[in-house]
Design a protein around this ligand. Structure first.
Ligand code: ADP
Ligand code: MG
Length: 624
């Protein structure tokens, strides 16, 4: 019998498969099962359009049989089957439906990547098998044909016996090697787990005769083996079920079965969307960040199904980075396996779904923030940072999406509040959204810079995460209200500003002397408009705040940036009298005082003292 040649590009793909550059060989089973399921779909369709074809649900199934002795794995379906021509055309050529074209070797290498992620079809059988036999009898045909191939050399086709309509594919499983245990594909346990993993939700039953054990009749302890036909897949995916049929436990169980996490999820989002692109999603917000969440090992993504068939375990394109904590899956009939062969990144449907998912997650989070604040607090504790990074990242291009989800600790409410809540209760004369930065809430509470803002009765947002101020700088405004650090030069209190300006002018010589003494460490020394009881503080002269300076200088290859610092003196404080006194009578003492006050202000900011020994000596001399 003549051996026929594969078409050129088929040969190339086959070569890839046979040489198994791709390590995830187990997906061959998914591919063959999904073809079987497609074939049954076609029969079903025919029964709808052709009254001579009947569709009896019980007659349609897929069967798996493993023969360990002969090392064969057989996948049988009762689908539409293939005629001689179809065997030739469909299996001899790489599926016409696919857009797999290998123009040159380089692209073929990229192709390996595609194989890793998407459906690769029938030829994947050659990853685990060195002889593939396909017997098929097409619907409404009396003849059956056998297609057989050992790989690249080609294939043969000849008539054969087959009583039922459908296709039977037998894989002679390769011999195991040191690296590769092909034998395991003949293990019942392995087959079961592969079906659970990839094909659980195939609409038709996937059956297998499985070995069971029971007590021997008449015996109390002797067991005997027997075989029983079992359906290995659950057929109806939870996400296709009606929400009303499902209880929280069902979702939680599914969540655990899927190994998404050990604890039940904080929030389940289950939706079914019909429209331009139809799809089902089942999304979870975990109760806790996965242990590797803030490392670069963490990989975001949702499972992607096409009509119940898993085509990708982690589709990163479905989630924006700032929602990378979301887990779950998407199933769409509009993403056929044909489409899956293309690079999904460029897929319009997928982009559309990703956009909708993003909007859905946002709206669900907003609802939670509004209606279930305790839960939202819990969520925010785990993932708030991610949202804030999201505002900052990509030059702020996502700030519109995220700003309403942000929360910060409030000086007046003593809990996390949203920006919307803050703005809605701003005082009539209040111009800015005030914030203060520091290591923790207690430390911020004590910051001298907060005194005057609190005194006015204004609410202050406390920023304790390093990213906070960076994110807010990116935001700039919320609902037309600008953000203002309590340490910034101009706080927007006009009458106070006039007062302190006057004081600064009056004491110009004194302040200039202090500035000289500090020798470039501060940009300016001036009378404060923000201090009530504290003697000194630092204020920001420019855009870069002292806290941002701290953060930036902890980064690798830091540029040693410096914020413009202003030393502010409380001219109403009684120590100011001593300063004036020293200015008149004892310039050396004023030098010491200047240094001590400056260092004191540094300490309040949580910055290290410039020269601790000198500082200690200065303090001692002043005590004398
Ligand atoms: P795809 O499924 O994406 O079309 P495959 O390489 O998996 O690509 O399959 C190629 C073609 O072979 C299918 O389109 C189908 O026409 C045919 N085929 C494969 N398996 C079967 C089967 N079990 N029953 C009927 N036709 C099949
Ligand atoms: Mg296929």
């Amino acid at each position: 019998m003549a051996t026929k040649q594969f078409k050129a590009e088929s040969k190339r793909l086959l070569n890839l498969m046979i040489n198994s550059i791709y390590t995830n060989k187990e997906i061959f089973l998914r591919e063959l099962i999904s073809n079987a399921s497609d074939a049954i779909d076609k029969s079903y369709y025919r029964s709808l359009v052709d009254e001579n074809v009947s569709f009896n649900k019980e007659d349609f199934y897929i069967r798996i049989a493993a023969d360990k002795e002969n090392k064969t794995l057989t996948i049988t379906d009762t689908g539409i089957g293939m005629t001689k021509d179809e065997l030739e055309n469909n299996l001899g050529t790489i599926a016409k439906s696919g857009s797999f074209t290998f123009k040159n070797e380089n692209e073929a290498k990229e192709g390996v990547d595609i194989i890793g992620q998407f459906g690769v079809g029938f030829y994947s059988a050659f990853m685990v098998s060195d002889l593939v036999t396909v017997k098929s009898r097409a619907l409404n045909s009396d003849e059956a044909y056998k297609w057989e191939s050992k790989g690249v050399e080609g294939y043969t086709i000849e008539p054969c016996e087959k009583n039922e309509v459908g296709t039977e594919i037998t894989l002679k499983i390769k011999e195991s090697t040191d690296d590769e245990k092909y034998d395991e594909f003949l293990d019942e346990y392995k087959i079961r787990s592969l079906i659970k993993k990839y094909s659980d939700f195939i609409k038709y039953p996937i059956k297998m005769m499985v070995k069971k054990s029971k007590l021997k009749e008449g015996s109390k302890d002797e067991h005997e083996d027997y075989f029983e036909d079992e359906t290995l897949n659950s057929m109806v995916p939870i996400w296709r079920k009606n929400k009303n049929e499902l209880k929280p436990e069902d979702y939680n169980q599914f969540y655990m079965d899927k190994h998404f996490g050990y604890e039940k999820p904080l929030k389940v989002i289950h939706s079914s969307v019909e429209g331009v692109v139809s799809y089902n999603t089942l999304l979870f917000i975990p109760a806790r960040a996965p242990f590797d969440f803030y490392t670069k090992e963490f990989e975001k993504g949702l499972e992607l199904y096409s009509n119940g068939v898993l085509i990708m375990e982690k589709c990163g394109d479905l989630l924006p980075d700032y929602f990378s904590f979301v887990q779950g899956l998407v199933d769409s009939a509009d993403l056929s396996l044909n489409i899956s062969r293309e690079l999904l990144q460029h897929d319009r449907q997928l982009k559309f779904i990703a956009k909708k998912i993003k909007e859905k997650i946002k709206s669900e989070l907003l609802l939670m923030q509004k209606n279930d604040r305790e839960k939202y607090d819990e969520f925010y504790k785990n993932f708030g940072k991610q949202l804030k990074y999201g505002v900052y990242a990509d030059f702020g291009s996502n700030k519109e999406v995220l700003q309403d989800l942000l929360m910060f600790y409030s000086s007046t409410e003593k809990k996390l509040v949203s920006l919307d809540e803050y703005v809605s209760r701003m005082k009539e004369d209040q111009k800015f959204i005030y914030y203060a930065t520091g290591e923790n809430i207690d430390k911020i509470e004590k910051l001298p810079q907060t005194e005057v803002v609190k005194d006015k009765g204004y609410e202050i947002l406390y920023f304790t995460d390093e990213v906070d101020e960076f994110a807010i700088k990116m935001l700039m405004k919320y609902k037309e209200k600008e953000f203002k650090s309590v340490s910034s030069k101009d706080l927007g209190f006009e009458s106070d500003d006039k007062e302190s300006e006057k004081e600064t002018k009056e004491n110009k010589e004194l302040f200039d002397f202090m500035k000289e003494t500090l020798n470039g460490k501060v940009k300016e020394v001036r009378a404060s408009n923000r201090l009530k009881t504290h003697p000194v503080c630092l204020a920001n002269g420019g855009e870069l705040s002292i806290d941002m300076e701290k953060v930036l200088n902890t980064m690798p290859n830091n540029q040693n940036v410096k914020a413009d610092k202003i030393l502010e003196i409380n001219t109403n404080h009684k120590m100011f009298k001593s300063i004036k006194d020293a200015f008149e009578n004892d310039k050396d003492k004023l030098k010491m005082l200047s240094n001590v006050l400056y260092n004191q202000a540094l300490m309040i900011e949580g910055l290290p003292v410039d020269d601790p020994v000198e500082f200690a000596n200065d303090v001692c001399s002043l005590i004398k």
